[in-house]
Write a protein of this length. Structure first.
Length: 660
């Protein structure tokens, strides 16, 4: 699967944009952008992980350059190992994957101080402003970043196609513009530049300087509430013309109105932070379902977005530093949540160790559709026949939208909302471009895109997936009989999938959902059987800690002294590389949180939320045969949100440990 045109010809493709979309050499594209943080993944894994990202249908990568990952000590820049940005960009060039660099200086990303090094807080300057002292330090950072980027910009045939300045900034656009001018003076010369389109700026950036990109999440670890469905996240599952979100970063940004900067709707509608998953904070631990990510993506596409950007698409692990590099309540900046010290799995389509969560496959048909039908989709305006202002859990009517132009279009349907169990909608009549579909029952949880006057099809109650080599591929939707009405006048009813073995008519192939999710992927290898690990408890948990609320008025994670009171287990790894090799350790446990050690060194951590505690054994130092697991007990009535899937029994225990 190709990117959006990187080095596809001898000449560098020309990237432009207008109010609809990006264009590559004048051809409209609807990219899929996946966030992955290169410095949170070991360098020797980059190539295989970028390939996996690409196989997921992602056509563009976004990555933060965290300032404190590369200049944790003043004037000592580290571009070695997994901090080697240039090497990562070279991998992306080899894999024909364009890159959007998010270069800060403030990034957030659940990194200590939002990425700003501790030492900057001692300089007496006003951060994230045009303070001359602060900008002098930022200029040194940008110059260093440019040494990594030089020769790898898009104009050079490299992968770097754009840059984002700062993140979630709400002050004057003059500051963002100063960052851009600084970068350009240093040598950044890119097809376009971006900023986060939320919150509303106190003074807008002049039109054309930076494209605003938006986002939405199904839930947020940052919410101070410990209730199950808090906040405005439910709005992400409703088709609407309003591009932004009022739920992102409420811990930092507070209550937000449904407002964007005047003039921003003259830009194309792009997203950069659509929740591919969600991190777990100590006080709030959402369990994200694959349907959450898929429904949000489909709703954004149906609402008019022409670039879907996932945050995160690939999880990671914080690198070693002089201090810990995770966000906590007691660091100098952006300190509202206690995140695990190491893990940043994010329940993303590709997790911390590159493991696939179900949404990796579930999202692929949508990504293939955007790649193959993006040129046609890009100029189709969004229409909203159903209400744009539904309340949480509103089950009174079907949520649907239309994108259409010149007699062709797509009908987008979403009958899913996180944790709300929407009912089946009977006797539904959908219409677009003067074409009425037959009356349908839309099953509970159904999410679909129906074509109208596309590829010789007048309408179909199946979903278009791809168009390659003269063949059209469609996906049957669970619970909806497939009818395909041709523009020639012929109508096929109750069509059954034949997979790739034969077309259902002419050049049209009807696939099951599973076949569509794996379309164009190499055949999967059957997983090896799980290997059980021997373990034994060597120390009971000590005195229960008193869970206090920290400066942000949410529960604080355990201190190192409190970890000394944890129950301790020894895990014996099976001898021989064939038993371990490139496999995952999976720990099922009951408790509050857990840590894994090798030779006394912390190698992994986990806040229990209902999924197994995982570790990629290929990252172990050679010769390690024994690990130590520490578990702190769960305490009833702790001021912590645990999801339905979590084990809420007081105490701690190990349920099972295996290698898979």
């Amino acid at each position: 699967m190709m990117g959006i045109g990187l080095m596809a010809s001898a000449q560098v493709p020309v990237v432009t944009w207008d109010r609809y979309s990006l264009m590559i050499d004048g051809r409209r594209v609807c990219p899929v952008m996946g966030e992955v943080h290169y410095s949170r993944i070991p360098a020797d894994e980059w190539q295989q992980e970028v390939r996996k990202i690409k196989e997921g249908g992602v056509t563009m990568i976004a990555t933060y350059v965290f300032w404190n990952h590369v200049e944790e000590q003043e004037a000592i820049f580290r571009w070695d190992g997994q901090r080697n940005l240039r090497r990562f960009l070279e991998v992306c060039r080899q894999e024909e994957m364009p890159v959007v660099l998010r270069i800060g200086p403030f990034c957030h990303g659940e990194v200590r101080n939002g990425g700003i090094p501790d030492w900057v807080f001692t300089k007496g300057c006003k951060l994230r402003s045009q303070d001359k002292t602060f900008l002098a330090y930022v200029e040194k950072l940008y110059r260093q970043i440019f040494t990594q980027v030089q020769g790898l910009q898009w104009k050079d045939g490299g992968p770097v196609v754009a840059a984002q300045f700062d993140n979630e900034y709400r002050g004057s656009g003059d500051y963002l513009l100063a960052l851009k001018r600084m970068a350009q003076k240093i040598g950044f010369d890119l097809p376009f530049y971006t900023r986060t389109g939320w919150p509303e700026l106190s003074k807008p950036v002049p039109y054309g300087e930076m494209l605003p990109l938006y986002g939405d999440y199904a839930d947020g670890f940052w919410d101070k509430s410990i209730e199950e469905t808090t906040g405005n996240y439910y709005k992400a599952f409703n088709f609407k013309g309003f591009r932004s979100s009022t739920a992102i970063g409420t811990d930092l940004l507070g209550k937000q109105d449904e407002k964007v900067n005047k003039g921003d709707e003259a830009y194309p509608y792009f997203t950069c932070e659509l929740g591919g998953g969600m991190a777990t904070a100590y006080h709030r631990r959402p369990f994200v379902y694959p349907e959450d990510a898929y429904a949000m993506a489909l709703v954004k596409l149906g609402s008019g977005s022409n670039l879907l950007g996932y945050y995160m698409y690939h999880g990671g692990t914080n690198p070693e530093g002089i201090t810990t590099l995770n966000e906590t309540q007691r660091t100098p900046g952006t300190a509202n949540n206690d995140l695990p010290q190491l893990t940043y799995d994010f329940q993303a389509p590709l997790g911390e160790f590159g493991q696939t969560y179900p949404q990796y496959y579930m999202l692929r048909p949508l990504h293939l559709f955007m790649h193959d039908y993006g040129e046609q989709l890009a100029t189709m305006e969004a229409q909203f026949p159903s209400s744009q202002n539904l309340k949480k859990g509103d089950d009174s009517a079907l949520r649907w939208a239309v994108r259409a132009e010149k007699g062709s279009g797509f009908i987008f349907v979403n009958n899913y909302e996180r944790l709300q169990n929407l009912s089946a909608k009977k006797n539904v009549r959908l219409e677009a471009c003067g074409v009425q579909l037959p009356r349908l029952t839309i099953p509970a949880g159904c999410m679909a895109i129906f074509p109208v006057n596309i590829d010789g099809i007048r309408y179909a109650t199946a979903q278009l997936v791809a168009r390659r080599d003269g063949k059209v591929y469609m996906m049957q939707l669970k619970g909806i009989p497939t009818t395909i009405a041709l523009q020639s006048g012929k109508t096929l009813k109750n069509v059954k999938p034949k997979g790739l073995s034969a077309p259902v008519f002419d050049n049209v192939y009807l696939l099951s959902q599973q076949e569509a999710e794996r379309l164009f992927l190499p055949a999967s290898v059957a997983p090896s059987p799980a290997v059980q690990c021997q373990y034994r408890k060597v120390r009971e948990a000590g005195q229960l800690r008193s869970i206090q609320k920290g400066p942000a008025k949410v529960a604080e994670a355990p201190t190192e002294a409190e970890w000394a009171q944890a129950a301790v287990y020894e895990i014996a790894l099976p001898a021989g590389s064939s038993a371990v090799g490139a496999r995952m350790l999976s720990i099922e446990y009951q408790g509050d949180c857990a840590r894994l050690y090798a030779g006394g060194k912390l190698i992994a951590d986990n806040f229990q939320y209902g999924r197994p505690f995982l570790y990629g054994l290929w990252r172990l130092p050679q010769g390690v045969q024994q690990l130590e697991l520490r578990i702190l007990p769960w305490q009833q009535h702790a001021p912590i949100y645990l999801p339905r899937e979590a084990d809420k029994r007081p105490g701690e225990s190990v349920k099972g440990i295996n290698i898979r």
